[in-house]
Design a protein around this ligand. Structure first.
Ligand SMILES: [Zn+2]
Ligand SMILES: [Zn+2]
Length: 125
């Protein structure tokens, strides 16, 4: 819990490069793509930002903080689906496998900060 397991392709390339500087960006990205297609790594696309990659584990939703941009995992069972969204794809050839939710708002850290009404500083990171 609390461990940031989400990395962008650029983060991953940086990490690979620090261990093996001779590894090109293309090689690193191709390896990443292979891991995704092998089902070992999952690509999490969150609108507007670069996609995140994470080791495929238990199903979970994501929470994105509007303020600091942190991406947090939300346990599957902690999201109560009052009315599970069902795509109306009767005449669509697509097959929906699952529906993952991206929750947006303020993380606990930022919520604590804004509740004290201190909007005087907006830090960038
Ligand atoms: Zn935050
Ligand atoms: Zn995640």
């Amino acid at each position: 819990m609390g461990q940031n397991r989400h990395a962008t392709a650029a983060d991953i390339f940086e990490a690979v490069n620090s261990v093996n500087p001779s590894c090109s960006r293309a090689t690193a990205y191709n390896a990443l793509r292979d891991l995704v297609s092998a089902g070992l790594v999952r690509e999490v696309s969150i609108g507007g930002r670069a996609a995140y990659f994470e080791i495929k584990g238990a199903r979970h939703h994501h929470f994105i903080c509007d303020d600091c941009g942190s991406v947090e995992d939300v346990e599957w069972r902690r999201v109560r689906m009052l009315s599970p969204p069902r795509p109306a794809l009767r005449d669509d050839k697509r097959i929906v496998r699952e529906c993952e939710i991206i929750l947006r708002g303020l993380c606990a850290k930022c919520a604590g900060r804004t509740s004290r009404k201190s909007f005087d500083q907006s830090e960038g990171g």
